[in-house]
Design a protein around this ligand. Sequence first.
Ligand code: SAM
Length: 403
Amino acid sequence: MANKDLRQLDTPHTHLISAFLAMESPDCLLSLARVCGGGSVTESVQRFIWDQCIGKAVSEQNGNFYRPYLKRFLKKLIVEVESTGAYVLDEFYEQYATFMISVKDDDMAKGLSRILKWVSFLFPDDCSKSGKLVIPLQCSLNLLEGDTGCSIWPSSLFLSEFILSFPEKFSGKSCFEVGSGVGLVGICLAHVRASKVTLSDGDLSTLANMKLNLDLNQSCLKSGLLEPTREVQCKYLPWESASECELHDIMPDLLLAADVIYDPLCIPHLIRVLSIILRQRKAHSHAPDENFEHLEENIAGTCEEKETLNRHLKEYDSLHSMSLCTSNKTSNRWRQTNKQGPVAYIASVIRSIDTFNYFLTVAEQAGLSVADLSEEIQVLDLLPYLQSYQRSNVKLFCVSCSS
Ligand SMILES: C[S@@+](CC[C@H](N)C(=O)[O-])C[C@H]1O[C@@H](n2cnc3c(N)ncnc32)[C@H](O)[C@@H]1O
């Protein structure tokens, strides 16, 4: 979907088309359409929806817009306009009739679960020449596909907003992401001209989908839809089996991760990976590392028995009395990033306080400090049209070596 000719749109229309491209729910689209029409879906708003959204999607030769979604949106739209007694565009009826014959609603059941979405970051006028960055991403309708890595999670939206809000923090830096999923964060890093961008994941189908997305964005780049950026590389990196030697080869200035703190079984492995990478430039001594020994014990435990881990979790709960206990030295950490060695920025939705406290405890045992940046830094709201994205639920942490 080309966006070149849409630069002159007002805010409500920009929000409507951005929400459509991101496949927001038909209800969300209708509420944005009403804003465009000053309270109702007027004939001119319908014309806009036809010319710039539905009609345009249908007429695209490659037809890669998910048809059942278009059908659902059209139906809601027709019902809404009819209910007000207003005139409904003929094109809507004609297209809906065509969809009735040609589009079944059970495509998912037939195995067609991959769809294409466009995430549009809308910059305040003074921030960007073009005003927006539109990123096409293939993802899955099934949240669990590819070990959850084929969907766009809110933490990667927030981490992307963070990167685009503070481009100077990432520009010229080599960046490495773990658990990268669809690859959105890497595309944003390339956009702000990080010197090197490597994405990684431990799921092979996620990795294949990520590569496809990087190619997709490269071709948008060639066709002039995106500004030239650096190439993004992909790496297969399951935390459990990543060797120390392999991890030692990764020497980024910055580590990143979004929505990777959710499975207690994976946490010791994730911390081991973070710890080895973050330690690269700190420790040159060959002395055994006490913090590491703790970590290895944790990992051995989790591999042997799930019950052991659950017992650990209960102990950690009582230790932390159900509260978040991140460092209160946040301000210093944010200001000093990169002065004392690499840091990791981790965006996360805390779905289980137990799991998160377990992450903090294992991190502490590994000699990592975790600072909560969420209150301190003002990340630009670049996705104001995405009603499904609860950005206030996402926390941003800075992880660094404390010893
Ligand atoms: C919830 S998804 C988040 C994806 C992406 N960062 C985002 O926020 O949209 C978690 C990601 O971590 C990856 N992951 C989970 N466990 C992993 C492990 N043990 N080793 C490597 N990657 C893992 C999954 O494959 C998936 O891509």
